[in-house]
Structures are given as structure tokens and as C-alpha cells.
Design a protein around this ligand. Structure first.
Ligand SMILES: CC(C)(COP(=O)(O)OP(=O)(O)OC[C@H]1O[C@@H](n2cnc3c(N)ncnc32)[C@H](O)[C@@H]1OP(=O)(O)O)[C@@H](O)C(=O)NCCC(=O)NCCS
Length: 163
């Protein structure tokens, strides 16, 4: 495996911002301010996938015990379908479970077929359709995974991605 996963460092910011701009359409990709805000949250957890000096993916989540919320998962187009996203999710789930997080929530646009397939493959289930969640016109699925060994807790997660 030529890439490896490590915790976020402040020097990664520019690369993460560029990758997010490349991964999402205008209006759904984060502004610099938005990305900085989420990275600085008290419960922010961010993992970076790196190949040499190149950032090829990252996963940003917020822990809000006993829940966590995936804010974004971004994999460079050149590195998709090589297990980068899966490795990031598995490591984040392991870290969160070790901190006694019971369930993980996320939102994804219902027309993002790759993401919906990816999350289903990782055991995330559709909980609800959030009408006009993105850009005031694009519906999203709210998805949830109860981590092994946990009962299903309730409660909504914070809202990711600025509209
Ligand atoms: C969704 C995304 C993170 C997946 O990352 P990835 O590193 O390519 O995913 P993996 O290689 O770990 O894929 C694991 C499995 O997910 C499913 N999957 C991933 N991409 C898929 C696609 N385009 N179509 C169908 N299934 C897909 C498959 O089951 C895949 O297993 P397989 O390759 O053995 O068939 C990536 O496509 C991405 O960054 N997209 C743009 C940003 C985005 O939409 N992020 C999610 C926002 S919620």
C-alpha cells in the first residue's frame, strides 16, 4: 500500500481545502472559513491519507458523545476505488469506538451514487430524507451506523457543509 493514514496537522490545511474543492461542486464544497471552523471544533477528529508528500484523502468527524458526526470524507479522484476511503472510515470508527462513541451519523446528497453505495457497504443505513438540504434544493439522506456493541442512541447530528 503506497499511502498511509495519519492524524491531521495544521500544515495540511491548504491540501485539504484544495481536495474538498475538487471533490464537491461549488456551494457544497467548504469555504476556507467553514473548513477551518469544523477543524477547530472541540470534538474534531481528522485523519489524512498521504502518498509521499501528496494528500490523497481525508476524513473529518466531530465527536459529540455518545454520537459522532461525519462532516466530510474526500478521496482524490486519481485514488478512488483503491480502498483509501474504506481505510479512513475503518480507522475513524475504531478510534471513536475506543472512546465509547455509540453511533455515527452523516448526510449525503441522494444523487451521490458513489457515496451512498460506499456508506451502505460500510453498514450505514438510511434514516431519513432531508428535503432541500444542500443549496436549498438538493435532498440528502441522513445515514447512521450503530457501532458494534452499542445500543441505538437518539439525537440529530450537527449540520455539515455550508449551503
Ligand atoms: C465516496 C468516496 C469517499 C469513496 O472513496 P473510495 O476511496 O473510492 O472508496 P473505496 O475504494 O474504499 O470503496 C469501497 C467500496 O465502496 C463502494 N463504492 C465506492 N465508490 C463507488 C462507486 N463510484 N460506485 C459504486 N460503489 C462504490 C464499493 O462497494 C467499493 O468497493 P469495491 O471497490 O470493492 O467495489 C469517493 O468516491 C469520494 O471522495 N467521492 C467524492 C466526495 C464524496 O462524495 N464524499 C462522500 C460525501 S458524504
Amino acid at each position: 500500500m503506497p499511502w498511509h493514514i495519519r492524524p491531521y496537522q495544521p500544515g495540511d490545511f491548504a491540501a485539504l481545502y484544495s481536495l474538498d474543492q475538487a471533490c464537491f461542486p461549488p456551494g457544497i464544497a467548504y469555504t476556507k472559513t467553514g473548513l477551518r471552523y469544523f477543524l477547530k471544533l472541540d470534538g474534531a477528529q481528522c485523519l489524512v491519507a498521504e502518498e509521499g508528500k501528496h494528500t490523497v484523502g481525508f476524513l473529518l468527524a466531530e465527536e459529540n458523545h455518545p454520537l459522532a458526526h461525519i462532516i466530510t470524507l474526500d478521496v482524490a479522484e486519481s485514488h478512488r476505488r483503491h480502498g483509501v476511503g474504506s481505510a479512513l472510515v475503518k480507522e475513524m470508527e475504531t478510534n471513536l469506538a475506543a472512546r465509547d462513541v455509540r453511533a455515527i451519523l452523516l448526510e449525503t446528497a441522494i444523487n451521490n451514487e458513489a457515496a451512498v453505495a460506499f456508506w451502505k457497504r460500510h453498514g450505514y443505513r438510511i434514516e431519513a430524507v432531508l428535503k432541500r438540504y444542500y443549496l436549498g434544493r438538493l435532498d440528502a439522506y441522513e445515514m447512521r451506523k450503530v457501532l458494534p456493541g452499542a445500543d441505538a442512541p437518539g439525537g440529530p447530528g450537527p449540520k455539515p457543509k455550508e449551503n
